[in-house]
Structures are given as C-alpha cells and as structure tokens.
Ligand binder design. Structure first.
Ligand SMILES: CC(C)(COP(=O)(O)OP(=O)(O)OC[C@H]1O[C@@H](n2cnc3c(N)ncnc32)[C@H](O)[C@@H]1OP(=O)(O)O)[C@@H](O)C(=O)NCCC(=O)NCCS
Length: 155
C-alpha cells in the first residue's frame, strides 16, 4: 500500500455520518448514538484514515473514562475502541497505521498504557493486536457476542 496517499485525522463531529462508509451505522443505531454522544461530551476521540480524495477508509477511537472497569485509569491508561477498516480495504496495513498513529497520540498526551477488548473468536484482530504489542491479559469475560479478552499494551 502507498501510505503517502493516506492521511489520519481526528474526526470532526459534523463529519460523523461519513463513518457510514466504513461500517454500517444505520443497522447499529445503539452504537452509532453512543459513539456520537461520547465524542460530543469529550470522552471519545475518533481518528479517521482517509484516502487522497478524503474518502473514509478506517477508524479507531480512544475512550478516556469508563467503558469497562479497570480498562481506564485517569492520565495513565486509555482504552482503544472500535478499530474498524472498510471491508474491501482490509489486509493492506490501514489497521496497523491507525494503531501506530493512536499510540503516538497517547504517548504525546502522557499515557503509559493502552487497553482494549476483543472477541476471542476474532483471530485476525487478535493476531494484529499481538503483533502490535498487546501482550498482557487484563481480563477474560463472557459478553453478548461470546467470550471477550481484555488486553493491555505498555506504550
Ligand atoms: C481488525 C481490523 C481492524 C484490521 O484492519 P486491517 O487494515 O486489515 O489491518 P492490517 O492490514 O494492518 O493487518 C491485518 C493482518 O491480517 C492480514 N490479512 C491478510 N489478508 C487480509 C484480509 N483480506 N483482510 C484483513 N487482513 C488480512 C494482514 O496481512 C495482517 O497480518 P499481520 O498482522 O500478520 O501483519 C479489520 O480486519 C477490521 O476492521 N475488522 C472488523 C472489525 C474488527 O473486528 N475490529 C476489531 C475489534 S476489537
């Protein structure tokens, strides 16, 4: 992939609907509303990977407080949420690029740890997160969609 044609930028709330290009927000209004309100109230920052035409290809978010107990600690541990790449653009490094950008943002802002939750059945994401340094297990718990693994990376 030619990274020079890609850019990563913070999402402005007025562009929120454009995330429909990445994932089907219309069919998941619960998450759509939650993410919108979290960004609005300042508890979530979303980063967008765009192509040279400004098209939305992927996103990844940071959550400062809550989400899951023990997964955030003020000014120390931050939570990586909803890393998602448009299906036809997967396997080209966009997920890794977004994560690298997000890690840099966290470090610059004084965080020393980043956490996430991933479904145990999501082998592709598990492999990616392991490669990116999420090597500490925080928790293992049953969720609505199956068994979840909570993981931590030192920044
Ligand atoms: C998980 C996800 C964000 C990864 O994004 P991505 O842009 O495909 O990530 P990358 O290209 O940087 O890396 C994907 C890995 O899968 C491999 N891969 C090969 N073919 C692939 C394909 N067709 N699609 C996706 N990944 C592929 C890549 O080579 C890479 O392997 P590596 O980690 O050994 O280097 C993406 O698959 C996705 O959006 N999945 C659905 C949402 C999801 O499950 N999110 C995670 C929630 S915790």
């Amino acid at each position: 992939m030619n990274d020079a044609k890609l850019s990563i930028e913070k999402l402005n709330l007025e562009d929120f609907e454009k995330c429909q290009n990445i994932w089907d927000m219309q069919s998941d209004p619960k998450h759509k509303d939650k993410f919108y309100n979290d960004i609005k109230n300042g508890n979530r920052i979303t980063f967008i990977c765009k192509n040279e035409n400004g098209g939305f290809l992927g996103e990844g978010s940071l959550v400062f407080n809550g989400e899951y107990e023990n997964f955030t600690i003020p000014n120390e541990r931050i939570y990586l949420s909803h890393l998602h790449v448009k299906p036809e653009c997967r396997g080209q490094g966009i997920g890794s690029l977004l994560c690298d950008h997000i890690f840099g943002y966290c470090k610059k802002n004084g965080y020393s740890e980043i956490s996430l939750v991933v479904l145990l059945s999501n082998f592709r994401a598990l492999k990616l997160y392991h490669r990116l340094g999420f090597t500490t297990i925080l928790d293992l718990f049953e969720g609505d969609d199956g068994e979840n693994l909570g993981m931590l990376k030192k920044l």
